[in-house]
Design a protein around this ligand. Structure first.
Ligand SMILES: NC(=O)c1ccc[n+]([C@@H]2O[C@H](COP(=O)([O-])OP(=O)(O)OC[C@H]3O[C@@H](n4cnc5c(N)ncnc54)[C@H](OP(=O)(O)O)[C@@H]3O)[C@@H](O)[C@H]2O)c1
Length: 306
């Protein structure tokens, strides 16, 4: 089969090559990949990935061989799949635990955004507990994860505040459900009950200072690429700052993601969740798509596998 493999001799760290088909174990089904949607993290990890590896966390596709142990998706079923590698290829191994079912007739290109971006937003928000009637800050609202988080938090009844450095992105965030858009957590009037943080660094430190007692900050992303430095007193608890917590998050360690991915694929198909797709391109254009800004432009770029 053809696959994008890591090739450090190439300026993009990638080359499209003929590689052996993946060999399924008894618990593996095989999908023919229809589309994948690269993430900020995929791009960043390429220079440190061993040559010859087939990268890619998320893909959509159709089952062409069922698992021998009888588990997992059925032949011909359309799925979205999550895994630490192997997505940027014509075929990929999947297990019962790593797939969500895509509704019949759904657009498989669009569905490819579900596994990492949408599922991270959903699972990250759940860490905040019930948000109905509460004020929630999505720090990095224009990130791919943030664009889903804004929608899901608003649907859950939160009063959503989103951040962006770009005034031109304000309207899009409001359209997706944000009640308020600010440049920085320091611009917030009043406190928030929860923070979903896609930026890290000094943004995280400033957001933590705006947490109401009992509030949680989920450190999901680190797009700002800088460290966090708390000043003496920032972590004091008193009547106004009691019981605040900061927790880390890794999607790859979350369990039982299948039902959530299935739900997200259905929400997108039935028009209740905007898939925030900004471009759809043939997969042979992957290095050009990266050069054009996958991981830097707003929304997801989808690559379709011919
Ligand atoms: N923990 C996990 O399991 C997990 C899962 C998925 C993603 N992630 C992480 O989550 C983060 C977001 O991923 P993504 O793919 O959604 O990101 P993305 O689409 O590439 O978006 C990054 C956003 O960050 C903002 N930004 C970039 N540099 C910044 C800076 N120096 N200061 C302030 N804002 C800055 C930009 O917003 P503006 O230009 O509008 O300000 C941009 O929209 C990444 O760190 C990624 O690795 C983690």
């Amino acid at each position: 089969m053809l696959a994008w493999t890591v090739d450090h001799a190439s300026p993009s760290h990638l080359s499209l090559r003929e590689v052996p088909d993946p060999e399924p174990g008894p618990h593996d089904a095989v999908i023919e990949v229809r589309a994948f949607a690269p993430n900020h993290g995929d791009l960043e990890s390429l220079p440190g990935t061993p040559g010859g590896a087939v990268p890619g966390w998320d893909a959509s596709g159709v089952v062409v061989a069922e698992a021998l142990d009888g588990t997992g998706p059925r032949l011909g079923q359309a799925v979205v799949s999550l895994g630490a590698d192997g997505a940027w290829a014509q075929r990929r191994l999947v297990t019962a635990e790593s797939v969500g079912i895509v509704p019949a007739g759904a657009d498989l290109d669009v569905a490819s955004v579900v596994p990492v971006a949408a599922t991270s937003a959903l699972r990250g928000l759940r860490r905040l507990g019930p948000v109905l009637g509460r004020r929630v800050l999505v720090l990095g609202g224009t990130s791919a994860v943030g664009l889903f988080a804004v929608q899901l938090a608003a649907r859950s009844g939160a009063e959503v505040v989103a951040t962006t450095r770009n005034p031109a992105a304000r309207e899009r965030l409001i359209e997706l459900g944000a009640h308020e858009v600010v440049t920085s957590p320091s611009d917030l009037g009043g406190d928030v009950s929860g923070v979903l943080d896609l930026l890290g660094g000094s943004h995280l430190v400033r957001a933590f200072a705006r947490l109401a007692p009992g509030g949680t900050l989920v450190a999901l992303g680190h797009a700002a690429g800088e460290g966090e430095r708390f000043a003496y007193g920032d972590l004091f608890g008193d009547a106004a700052r009691h019981d605040r917590s900061l927790t880390t998050f890794f999607l790859g360690a979350e369990v039982d993601l299948g039902p959530d991915m299935t739900w997200l694929a259905r929400e997108i198909h039935e028009g209740r969740l905007d898939p925030v797709v900004s471009a759809v391109r043939p997969w042979r254009e992957l290095p050009d798509a990266f050069a054009a800004g996958v991981g830097r432009t707003y929304g997801k770029t989808v690559l379709t596998v011919g």
